[in-house]
Design a binder for this molecule. Sequence first.
Ligand code: 2HA
Ligand code: ZN
Length: 277
Amino acid sequence: MSDFEAIKQLDQFSEVCDWLAFKGWSEAEGGNLSLRIDKEDVPESLRSSESAATQLPLEVTAIADMYLLITGSGTRSRDISHTPEADLGLYKIAADGKSYQWIAGNDKPTSEMPSHCAIQNEFMVSRPDFRAVVHTHPVKLISLTHIPEFHDPKVLSDTILGLQSEARIQLPEGIGHLPFQVPGSLELGILSAEEIKYRNVILWHMHGALSVGTSLSHAFDQLEVVEKAADIFWTLKKAGYAVDGMRQQDLDQSMDYFGRTDRYKNAFSDKIERDKK
Ligand code: 2HA
Ligand code: ZN
């Protein structure tokens, strides 16, 4: 076994990539993932690197000297569990947060590297127990972004997460929607990093979904919950039924029972504040 293969998080990584492929969410080369790995979990021989520094288009000082495992550009979700060392790269962020060094495995990171770095940086600033980012292309979620009224994330969240009685319990802060940005652009990364301060799942307009969590499995779980709720939406629509969802009193009672009322009621207060500016 190589030192790279000794990274214990590879199993979690492979399992989630397999599922993204099984679900049909990460078609062809679509989707990408990253995971912050604590120094103690990086095999000693892989803790430093002699490779040349690659400049980042943004400064990520909160993750200075930290390690990221990230999918390679052009890699396929369905291949990753078979060839993890060829498809996943281990990187170390420089001490000044302005560049990164490749350490082992794949050496050409995903085009969404700026988004992953911006989000990983934001985790350390505002929610340090978070360490995983999953981006993928679930069809029922992308379809929601084609509906103009869902460009308001409160309408989107209240409609979709009200269709199954546990969805809002899982995601009391709702889900976000970002207007179109060019895939892989720095703007997409910066806007995503701002959104994930408040919400764990964001839809990227006519592109896909982003989910963040304390582990890759946590991020994947949330996508399953939201995609299932979206599936209910489209199933009812296709059958010609109204999509009314849960009664408000049932939702309120559930939020109260699970101690989520404040998180639910304050769900979009950040957006109201930002819209005022
Ligand atoms: O990595 O999905 O958004 C392929 C993509 C880019
Ligand atoms: Zn994508």
